[in-house]
Design a protein around this ligand. Structure first.
Ligand code: CUK
Ligand code: CUA
Length: 665
């Protein structure tokens, strides 16, 4: 206590010196000896005292504070959980920079109101049913040579087995793909080191295409699946025609990661139901929680995707619901799929930066297990394996396991830094463990627990700057905690999640908790953190009349002076421009029953000069960024007097940016 106070005094003194050096005058005008009742005081030592801060609080504040007009060093792309969105957060400030509409309508961005964005949301329909939510789990940044390249972001929806593509030139979603063969996913999204493929693995096994089959036929009819979506960088879209899937045993595949470096060309997935439990819905069977925990070992799936590509090229696939599928027996026979035992209900599989080791956590085992890719290859080459009941080669645990490190209770997910440390979240311990990788990352033996830091509470994933790439950047760790309990003001029984920022720049067991960020809108699962300087987003759209859907000039772009309303039969085409502070035209008149096709171009070139466009009663809300063209269409099925107006406070005369939409009976 006393020592703490001494440290504090020393810190305050040194801060005062710094402030003097910086030309400030600490201690003046704040009242002697601390803050008065009316304020915090002006000098650093007064503020520290008035707010009752500890030395650690002060260093934490200094480490996270980003002054106005200065930028964060890193950007975190976080899953938006149930919201079906993506959160963009600056690190270390933990300021939210943007929320990107992905699987669900997002009014601010007009996401899901224009024709084009509605169409993209519709791509995510399941058997024609529009889905209004998503369970986003794992964002994945595109990679070149195993490093983030800042060009694309992918994210999955676990609930619907869907994958979305976001273009990081404008931070907008461009495509949603529904997997035709499974209803849920989980091991998704992950990319191969040059983003040849975006990967989606199933979770709860179902018959392919989720056709009906009784649970009693589980082993015969139910299957897991791994889908490799071909990503076309030129077009910026997943190319379903060039994509394919690999059928897997019904072991409830969980998380996946792509090999890189030494293991490039391979994929790894863990699984959690080697028991093939069918749940208490089947007579005499226990609950899943017991049924899936019967065996000591589940299966790490080891997949040779280069080989799988060859098989597809050689025609060794079947087409099911339009998707090319390498059947399970083919995958088992032809060297595409191998298994290795992994301890007790594993969760998380993470490939080390050089691709040489694969780290698997055992939720119900206090260890992480590290597999050697080299040993896996040697044993495959020697044919040193048994086979499971589906004929899939099963390597022997002791042959392919490199090390086990005891970390604590409930290990889940692992990330890496630039110093040869690995970090693993411990769900049950509510902590993050730091441990050393073995050679070549660490020449003093390695595979040792170094230290732990408590987190608040129940951590799931952790994210570190470029922490799952070939070149981790270290420095920070964000702990994505499921429970916050007492960390924030009480907001009722539904509590926010808690993102905790941790400084991991010091070696050894020194790790410092810096900041708590409440996430009060869903449960994000995973996040990835990229160096901000890798992102090269546009400031305004490249040309006036830009269509973000095609990322090119829109044929319906409206030029100033050419605004008009055209009637073709009972179709009315509106060509409108928006600029501070008016729309042209300011009156649009149609007849009840007309089909209205309305194009608007924001002809501004000034950065941040966004206009909105609201047409109340017809459920239209657009965001028109500088240069952007949007089209929306509807049937004017309700006569009356409607107003349209701008929903972005764009200028002093923003309220005057409005018009009348008249529908004659
Ligand atoms: S999972 Cu959520 S904590 Cu879906 Cu990545 Cu492990
Ligand atoms: Cu344009 Cu307000």
């Amino acid at each position: 206590m006393r020592q703490g106070r001494k440290r504090l005094a020393a810190l305050a003194a040194s801060m005062a010196v710094l402030l003097v050096l910086a030309g400030c005058t600490p201690g003046k005008g704040g009242g002697a000896g601390g803050a008065g009742p009316s304020g915090l005081g002006e000098s650093a030592d007064q503020i520290i005292k008035a707010r009752g801060l500890t030395p650690d609080d002060v260093t934490a504040a200094l480490k996270t504070y980003v002054p106005s007009g200065k930028y964060d060093e890193f950007v975190m792309f976080s899953s938006g959980g149930h919201s079906g969105q993506v959160l963009v957060i600056g690190v270390p400030s933990m300021r939210i920079l943007k929320i990107i509409g992905v699987f669900t309508p997002e009014p601010w961005q007009g996401w899901g109101y224009s024709d084009e964005t509605r169409e993209i949301l519709k791509q995510g329909s399941i058997d024609g049913k529009e889905i209004t939510w998503a369970d986003t789990h794992h964002p994945a940044l595109s990679e070149t040579n195993g490093e983030y390249d800042g060009q694309w972001l992918f994210i999955n929806d676990k609930s619907g087995g869907r994958v979305a593509v976001i273009d990081l030139r404008d931070f907008e979603t461009k495509q949603i793909v529904k997997n035709p063969l499974f209803i849920n996913d989980h091991g998704s999204t992950f990319v191969t080191p040059n983003t040849e493929y975006v990967i989606e693995g199933s979770q709860y096994s179902v018959p392919l295409g989720w056709e009906y089959a009784p649970l009693e036929q589980y082993k015969e009819k139910y299957r897991g699946l791994l889908t490799l979506y071909k990503f076309d960088r030129e077009k910026g879209r997943i190319d379903l025609e060039k994509s394919f899937s690999i059928e897997l045993p019904p072991y409830w595949q969980d998380l996946a990661d792509a090999g890189k470096g030494e293991s490039e060309g391979w994929l790894f997935l863990n699984s959690l139901n080697a028991e093939m439990a069918t749940g208490s819905g089947v007579q005499g069977q226990p609950f899943f929680e017991a049924g899936t925990a019967g065996r000591d070992m589940d299966y790490l799936h080891i997949v040779n995707w280069k080989k799988a590509e060859e098989l597809v090229r050689a025609g060794k696939f079947e087409t099911i619901k339009g998707m090319r599928v390498i059947r399970l027996d083919t995958a088992a026979k032809e060297g595409v799929l191998f298994l290795a035992p992994e301890p007790k209900s594993p969760h998380g599989v993470d490939v080390a930066p050089r691709g040489d080791y694969i780290v698997v956590s055992g939720k119900l085992d206090p260890h992480v297990t590290i597999y050697s890719f080299k040993k896996i290859q040697e044993n495959i080459a020697k044919g040193n394996f048994d086979r499971d009941e589906f004929g899939v080669p099963v390597l022997k645990f002791q042959d392919v396991m490199e090390a086990q490190v005891e970390l604590g209770l409930g290990p889940l997910h692992t990330q890496f830094d630039d110093k040869g440390y690995a970090y693993t979240s411990l769900f049950l311990d509510s902590a993050v463990a730091r441990w050393t990788l073995g050679p070549p990352y660490n020449n003093e033996g390695g595979w040792k627990l170094v230290g732990k830091i408590p987190v608040h509470y129940n951590v799931g994933h952790i994210a570190m700057p470029e922490g799952d790439t070939a070149k981790p950047a270290g420095k920070y760790l964000v702990s994505l905690n499921k429970w916050s309990i007492d960390r924030f003001l009480n907001v009722g029984p539904l509590l926010p999640q808690n993102f905790q920022l941790i400084d991991v720049s010091q070696p050894g067991d020194k790790m410092q908790l810096l900041y708590d960020m409440p996430i009060g809108m869903a449960e994000p699962h995973y996040a990835q953190i990229i160096r901000a300087d890798r992102l090269k987003a546009w400031e305004v759209y490249p040309e006036v009349g830009w269509n973000p859907g095609t990322q090119s000039k829109d044929p319906n772009a409206v030029e100033p002076g050419k605004e008009r309303v055209e009637r073709h039969g009972n179709e009315v085409h509106v060509y409108m421009t928006a600029i501070r502070s008016h729309y042209t035209p300011e009156k649009v008149q149609v007849k009840k029953g007309d089909k209205v096709i309305w194009h608007i171009t924001n002809i501004e070139r000034a950065r941040d000069a966004t206009h909105g466009f609201a047409l109340p009663g017809y459920n239209i809300q657009l965001s028109l960024e500088p240069g952007e063209t949007q089209t929306f269409s509807f049937v004017a099925d309700r006569s009356g007097t409607f107003t349209y107006y701008c929903t972005e406070f764009c200028s002093a005369l923003h309220l005057e940016m409005a018009g009348y939409f008249l529908v004659e009976p």
